[in-house]
Design a protein around this ligand. Sequence first.
Ligand SMILES: [Zn+2]
Length: 323
Amino acid sequence: MTAGTHTSEEVTLARLPSGVEITTTVHSYEGDDDGPTLYVQAAQHGREINGTETLRRFHERLPLESLSGRIVAVPVANPLTFDRVSYTTPEIIDSVNPNMNRVWPGDADGSLHQRMAARLWEYVEGADAVVDLHTGSPDMLPHVVFLEGDDESRALAEAFGTDLLLSEEADDDASEEWHRRGFAGKLRVAAANEGIPAITPELAHNKQILEDAVGIGVDGLCDVCRRLGMLPGEVPDREQTLARNHLGQVVADESGLFRPEPGLEVGQPVAAGDPLGTVYDPTTYEPLQSATANRGGLLYTLTRESTVAAGDKLASVALIREE
Ligand SMILES: [Zn+2]
């Protein structure tokens, strides 16, 4: 009779100026039979806690006796942003790289986030597949991002099972905006560049535990394990929409209050020029901007936080490639 084993260890990611160590817990699930190694982490953006809750439920549900290979799971990849319920760290902690998901594979002698990433990369580089759980903005259609043209990563994205899959161009194929925003330093991109298939599920909603988002996450991890041959069972065939491009968002031209078009919901198809909402001057009531879809496609984000500054994202429309 086989059983498999679960162990956990406390790992030091970096030191704060005071000497206090930043530590986190790394879980290892070892099957009795050989198989691939899957690395999965959550909350490198600390407010994105549905990934953390997903890993707790996955821990409860994982049939260890059926596991082949090894799973390494890090529920809180970035304790600093987790404690601040934030996306980035304050300047005083890491003025060079406030966003941990721009520094992979990290640098053991670098800035604080680079050191934290470098420590976790020791687990990543030994893996055969990587899942980096994120949860996007408050109103976002759950989706999985993968590297365009990378068939193995696409297979993992399909297995994870969200209705929407987004392929993202990288490196020489990518836009100026992709480079300017430092996307080459994402964990998913760094892993794929090392030949490790990698996906970024965006489960949607931050700061609140949402049962639907967590359910999608746990089911997705189980199906990724099945696709990798680590758990028994078949991944079901699904109807999924493949769309392109994380970038090219509709942004506020002026600061003010944004009122989304009544009735508009993420997940709806839109045509180029369709109204998305209006930015008003809250003092004079003057409409400053009639925001419209910049392209036809699938509306997958729509901001519900109404106080917007010029340049803030209002909505994102994905270009549909395959349905
Ligand atoms: Zn994130």
